[in-house]
Design a protein around this ligand. Structure first.
Ligand SMILES: NC(=O)C1=CN([C@@H]2O[C@H](COP(=O)(O)OP(=O)(O)OC[C@H]3O[C@@H](n4cnc5c(N)ncnc54)[C@H](OP(=O)(O)O)[C@@H]3O)[C@@H](O)[C@H]2O)C=CC1
Ligand SMILES: O=C(O)C1=N[C@H](C(=O)O)C[C@H](O)C1
Length: 244
């Protein structure tokens, strides 16, 4: 059987290079890469699947290229707004798209644990999500923090957007009841640390994940790309890939 040809959008970036390294040492074929100002449609034409770890501003072009070539797309880029998500939803009528803020096995499992904890403990346990990333990261809260916040909100049957508290500074007043709080730290070369703290009366539970190297995201992205080939048009997550 022919090797799967994977095209990387954002190929010269930290993640693009990590993904290329995984592909080159595995059974897949690197179809090539596209970076700012390069032709994603041409890359799509010579790929079986695309992986996008670039920037939100490139999303529309990337979706268009995947639809044009009739191939699936893994979106790992974070910092997406509601408008970006609406564009993804539109595209999923034509092709298979997997979008996630974190492609690692560990974080996918962590989100399950958060959901379980948040639904077992009830709303009188305050939820705070703390993340730390390298000094070059441009978006906050991280895509992973938002994914974990969504897991907690879902467990409580509430909308995350309506319960988010982030960027506290100055005289903020007391914490809103039912809030899901976010704090973002930046510095050094941290690949990605996330903790979800559930704080109750005189006790606290902390569920954490530490990414020791961005290879974990790269492996997850390649695994997701492989899994997505041949799937019906629609929107998928890492839960589908890992059957969680
Ligand atoms: N879902 C997950 O598991 C993970 C997601 N990420 C996310 O992936 C994204 C990339 O992260 P990272 O690799 O660290 O970032 P980098 O800044 O290192 O890489 C981004 C790359 O995208 C390129 N780029 C910029 N504009 C475009 C464009 N219009 N079309 C194609 N490529 C473009 C950049 O080129 P140039 O430098 O020339 O602008 C750069 O090479 C971020 O959103 C990050 O949060 C990261 C790790 C894991
Ligand atoms: O920018 C990064 O580096 C990372 N981004 C993702 C996020 O925003 O959560 C995933 C990972 O934590 C690394």
């Amino acid at each position: 059987m022919a090797a799967t040809r994977i095209g990387i959008i954002g190929s010269k970036g930290r993640m693009g290079q990590a993904i290329a390294a995984i592909i080159e040492t595995g059974e897949h074929e690197l179809a090539g890469g596209a970076d700012a100002g390069e032709d994603v449609a041409a890359l799509a034409d010579r790929s079986d699947v695309l992986v996008d770890f670039s920037t939100p501003g490139a999303l529309a072009t990337n979706l268009h290229a995947a639809i044009g070539a009739g191939i699936p797309l893994v979106i790992g880029t974070t910092g997406l707004t509601e408008k970006h998500h609406a564009a993804i939803d539109d595209a999923t009528r034509a092709v298979a798209v997997l979008q996630t803020g974190n492609t690692s096995l560990g974080v996918t499992l962590l989100a399950h644990l958060v959901r379980q904890a948040a639904s077992s403990l009830g709303p009188d346990w305050d939820i705070e999500i703390v993340e730390m990333h390298h000094r070059m990261k441009v978006d906050a809260p991280s895509g992973t923090a938002l994914l974990l916040g969504e897991a907690a909100a879902k467990a409580r049957g509430v909308s995350l957007a309506e319960h988010t508290e982030s960027g506290r500074d100055g005289h903020t007043g007391a914490r809103a009841e039912g809030a899901i709080g976010f704090a973002a730290l930046r510095g050094g070369t941290v690949s990605g640390d996330h903790s979800v703290i559930l704080a109750g009366e005189e006790e606290r539970i902390t569920l954490s994940h530490t990414a020791e190297n961005r290879r974990i995201f790269a492996r997850g992205a390649v695994c997701a790309a492989e899994w997505l080939i041949g799937k019906n048009a629609g929107r998928y997550t890492m839960n589908d890939v890992l059957a969680l």
